[in-house]
Write a protein that binds this ligand. Structure first.
Ligand SMILES: [Zn+2]
Ligand SMILES: [Zn+2]
Ligand SMILES: [Zn+2]
Length: 234
């Protein structure tokens, strides 16, 4: 049975008699007042309800994101290891040198990003980062991400770490990001999160055309063919 449509604002709880707004891919509805005036969740962009959390670096987090957020470093490390093991067994994407893992807050992430690394698409903050400084290779993850977003971002950044070893000269930005998204997309399907994977194809994310290009490549070459293609690409 379909869920009944909400009749009250998900932020303030008042009846939606003056029209409402929704966010992409979410059932919640918000009144025009909350959309216009409430501060937004730093993670998902939803107008905050009365119950929300302030992280130590100042980010505000909604109840929905907080419910599954990864705050605990040992838990982060465990999910990170599970995700990497999944990508390795799914695609055989092992590393020779390996990569360290660190969970950091938003200002630390910005500081590392300023030293070089992916610049996030406009309007998106840096959720994760693969960074190489000399011999030191590290995946940095933003503290407090919801679990599924955390996994998706780890898979994406791990793909960049792999590219750093297997195709360090790959300059085609769309191919580089598209491949990282493709790995993340397949990881979601691999762990049974088909809905979240489907969302990657519907969301208006700036990397979506790049992901579509890789899925097109997969149709022609198969998944192992995509991996071989990336190894040889420039
Ligand atoms: Zn409201
Ligand atoms: Zn949120
Ligand atoms: Zn990337």
């Amino acid at each position: 049975m379909p869920r009944p449509e909400p009749t009250t604002c998900a932020s303030c709880g008042r009846p939606l008699d003056g029209g409402y707004y929704t966010l992409v891919d979410r059932p919640d509805r918000y009144c025009p007042g909350c959309i216009a005036t409430r501060p937004r969740c730093a993670t998902c962009g939803a107008p905050l309800g009365d119950q929300h959390w302030r992280l130590h670096d100042g980010r505000l987090q909604c109840a929905g994101c907080h419910a599954t957020a990864v705050y605990d470093p040992p838990e982060a490390k465990r999910i990170y290891a599970e995700t990497v093991a999944g990508v390795v067994s799914q695609f055989g994407m092992g590393l020779n040198v390996g990569v360290a893992f660190r969970m950091v807050d938003a200002p630390t992430m910005e500081g590392i990003r300023a030293q070089g690394g992916d610049i996030p698409p406009e309007g998106h903050s840096t959720l994760g980062l693969y960074h190489r400084a000399g011999h030191l290779r590290t995946i940095y993850m933003l503290y407090g991400l919801p679990k599924l977003g955390f996994r998706t971002t780890v898979a994406h950044e791990y793909a960049h770490a792999w590219q750093g070893e297997r195709c360090p000269l790959l300059r085609d930005e769309e191919l580089r990001e598209g491949f990282a998204e493709w790995v993340a997309y397949h990881h979601l399907r691999w762990i049974g999160c088909d809905l979240a994977a489907q969302r990657m194809l519907n969301a208006p994310h700036p990397y979506r055309p790049a992901l579509e290009r890789l899925l097109g490549l997969e149709l022609r070459l198969g998944a192992p063919g995509v991996i071989e293609h990336i190894k040889r690409a420039e």
